[in-house]
Design a protein around this ligand. Structure first.
Ligand SMILES: [Zn+2]
Length: 326
């Protein structure tokens, strides 16, 4: 598991020590316990050792506790939230955290290593305060982020005669917003006009506004014109609660689209798209059709088809929400 250089955090100093042997590492709920006295670690998935106690991976513990841990890809901080709106702010390099409006001091500084945030064990006490009363799977959806793919100088896919994905996605995202609003759901748009919004900005907006769900709307293109149909993606290689809910949501959307829209193929897939990876709520991305396929292109050019498609996506979301139990 660990080889080469081992980084040891000790009395606020980082020392590089090569090849320290140790006998065993146990992992339980994001906390590493090390049986050797002189230890560890090398990367984001390996632990730090302070000489007194093992550091805790904030992200991993939050995942096991069902807490949302907003990770800002640009800043070295985390905001841990429960669904009652209580939150805790942590910052790499600081020994102070803000929890439910109060500043408290931990026994040592928080460390950022390879994109993972590590805190001294006292953090577990504060994480416990925020633990969820209700798991994600039974919590009703009240606020949804609808993401119109691309925009501005980013055209997305384009058909030979100049149909641009960015225009179609904006129109469809607006239709989806209207449909969801009819059912009393608050909708947050990542863009509502033809502007370029970088992906980290989109993720940051969704996380900052604490959206309960994220739905990204796209139109596909492939190098082979025979590729066609509707696709819905959830994040690949994820196994936490958020990922499970994303898969369920993707399944419901695909089911509704298949029921009421004539699509060539329906596929439910997993992928590592940026917006799926960095949004801290169940998230899916829909590829409504292939602009590179002549039949798909004719369909998606038709506004009635787009309306039907977005009504089906909305029903899938509402169906997913309906199956939850308060
Ligand atoms: Zn796209």
């Amino acid at each position: 598991m660990v080889s080469g250089l081992l980084r040891v955090w000790y009395k606020n100093k980082v020392m590089m020590i090569s090849k320290i042997g140790f006998s065993a590492v146990l992992f339980a709920g994001g906390v590493f316990f090390l049986s050797n006295s002189a230890t560890l670690a090398d990367s984001g998935s390996s632990p730090f050792f302070t000489g007194r106690a093992a550091y805790v991976s904030v992200d991993a513990v939050c995942r096991t506790k069902g807490l949302r841990c907003n990770r800002d890809p640009l800043l070295k901080n985390r905001v841990v939230k429960n669904f009652s709106g209580d939150f805790m702010k942590l910052h790499a390099g600081s020994e102070y955290i803000l929890i439910q409006g109060k500043v408290v001091r931990l026994e040592d500084k928080i460390i950022l290593s390879n994109d993972a945030l590590w805190a001294p064990p006292m953090i577990l006490k504060y994480i416990k305060r925020l633990e969820l009363k209700k798991p994600l799977g039974v919590r009703r959806i009240r606020k949804i982020a609808v993401d119109a793919g691309h925009g501005g100088q980013d055209f997305g896919a384009m058909s030979p005669e100049g149909f641009k994905e960015k225009d179609l996605t904006l129109e469809m995202a607006t239709l989806l917003r209207d449909e969801l609003q009819k059912h009393g759901i608050e909708v947050l748009m990542t863009r509502d006009k033809d502007v370029f919004v970088p992906l980290p900005e989109r993720a940051r907006l969704v996380n900052e506004k604490s959206a309960d769900l994220f739905v990204s709307v796209h139109v596909n293109a492939a190098t082979t014109p025979t590729m066609n149909g509707f696709e819905v993606y959830s994040l690949a290689d994820a196994s936490d609660d958020v990922a499970k809910e994303s898969e369920k949501l993707a399944g419901r959307i695909a089911g509704e689209v298949e029921k009421s829209v004539t699509v060539a193929h329906k596929r439910v897939k997993a992928a590592g798209f940026y917006v799926l990876k960095w949004t801290d709520c169940p998230a899916v991305l829909v590829e409504t059709a292939y602009l590179s396929n002549p039949e798909d292109k004719e369909k998606i050019k038709d506004s009635a088809y787009r309306e039907k498609m977005m009504a089906a996506v909305a029903r899938g979301i509402l169906d997913y929400n309906e199956k939850k139990r308060d």
